[in-house]
Design a protein around this ligand. Structure first.
Ligand code: ACO
Length: 379
């Protein structure tokens, strides 16, 4: 028996699986739009709250719409006591495992959990977005032997996260950096984690399943885990002079420079441009300019690779920003996840609106038609 001839699309590279109105990426020139608006404008002008509204409701909010939306987000920050208990029980796990577990568990307390209507998904998306920073910060406190810090309703989403994480009100400049970081991470087409979320939705599972899947897929170093690895690399390099030998040795031995390369971008990831300026300014403000200098040196050394389309991505500078804000390195991916929940939500809502089961195929290359041998007759 022969198999039919197949055309493989390994890794689904350049395969379009559906249409979207949520984000547009031009990988050749490094351009990213959310609902038609350039990320450059949003990063400089829009708050994360405004960006979430734009993604969820397909329009920029008026002031009164934004105020109502912000109040809704704030009203959903607190966690059910059982979720805090789950965080206590899992406190020694990696923060992404705790976030995934806690987000999954919130399904048990969400009255809309099984309702896949557009309206219910908007409500659930807001709840999950609002609760994620509380989960991450509560875990950080609990694993340090402290009680979680209650959300501060006077602070915005980003500022409140830093407040709950450190137990004191943040410098507004630090809060503004995290706010922009969330804006830049909010949505990005059908990347691996959003694809995972869409696959879950395509079976008509619910938003909690899909976001839990998204968090699981984001964790790997080829995706959201890269920011942590970039900062580890910068620490290992230690000073500007070491950057050349370190990077050349890594690449010559077939290693990957973390924070470089992207499946879609062949130019510099536009998100990394904003994060670069922020990393430089923050390094100067904190009296630690050397991390930025080391990363800039890595970019210089990687210059020949840019001709092959291997340029710095969103994760390249974000790790340095988190590090300079004294955020523990194992929380870096969780910050990415907090920013991406609105993106997963809109991808899932689009999937539901015109659903089709996502079920590709594999070409079988194993043996065929073997004769079954009974247990006693096997060698
Ligand atoms: N350093 C050195 N070489 C690289 C890098 C890198 N970071 N990225 C790609 N290359 C090279 C590969 O070795 C390969 O070379 P070859 O053709 O000679 O074998 C070529 O570029 C193509 O690489 P692929 O792995 O085929 O590209 P793919 O699209 O599958 O991978 C990925 C993209 C996973 C992001 C890759 O570039 C990588 O591993 N980067 C480092 C991790 C990272 O920064 N991930 C974050 C991505 S952004 C995000 O997810 C939010």
């Amino acid at each position: 028996m022969t198999q039919e001839k197949v055309r493989l699309h390994r890794g689904l590279r350049d395969v379009y699986i559906d249409r979207t109105q949520s984000s547009f990426i031009d990988g050749k020139i490094g351009k990213l739009l959310y609902r038609g608006y350039n990320i450059d404008d949003l990063a400089e002008n829009a708050s994360f709250e405004e960006t979430i509204y734009l993604l969820l409701y397909s329009k920029l909010p008026t002031q009164s719409e934004l105020d109502a939306f912000d109040a809704d987000l704030k009203a959903n920050r607190a966690l059910p006591e059982a979720i805090v208990e789950i965080i206590r029980l899992t406190k020694d796990a990696h923060p992404m495992d705790v976030l995934r577990t806690a987000i999954s568990a919130t399904a048990a307390y969400d009255p809309d959990v099984a309702d896949n209507s557009h309206e219910a998904n908007l409500r659930k998306g807001v709840r999950l977005t609002a609760m994620a920073p509380t989960i991450v910060a509560a875990h950080a406190q609990i694993r340090n032997g402290k009680d979680p810090v209650e959300p501060d309703l006077e602070l915005n989403h980003a500022g409140n996260f830093l407040y709950m994480l450190f137990g004191e009100r943040p410098d507004p400049r630090d809060a503004a950096l995290i706010d922009k970081d969330f804006v830049l991470h909010a949505e990005h087409g059908v990347n691996a984690s959003s694809f995972g979320a869409r696959v879950a939705a395509s079976t008509q599972a619910d938003l909690h399943c899909a976001v839990t899947t998204g968090i699981a897929v984001l964790k790997g170093p080829a995706h959201g885990g890269a920011a942590e690895e970039v900062m580890k690399m910068a620490l290992e390099i230690g000073n500007e002079e070491n950057a050349g030998p370190y990077v050349r040795n890594l690449v010559e031995h077939g290693g990957r420079v973390m924070g470089f390369g992207h499946r879609v971008y062949r130019a510099v990831d536009p998100r990394s441009v904003h994060l670069r300026d922020d990393a430089r300014e923050l390094g100067e403000r904190k009296g630690q300019p050397k991390w930025f200098s080391i990363l800039q040196e890595v970019i210089e050394i990687m210059q020949p690779y840019s001709r092959r389309g291997i340029c710095q991505n969103v994760d390249f500078f974000s790790g340095a920003i988190y590090y300079l804000l004294d955020i523990p390195d194992d929380l870096f991916i969780s910050i990415f996840a907090m920013g991406r929940i609105p993106g997963w939500t809109v991808q899932v809502m689009e999937q539901f609106e015109n659903n089709i089961l996502l079920r590709p195929r594999l070409e079988y290359t194993g043996p065929m038609d073997l004769e079954y041998v009974k247990m006693g007759d096997r060698d």
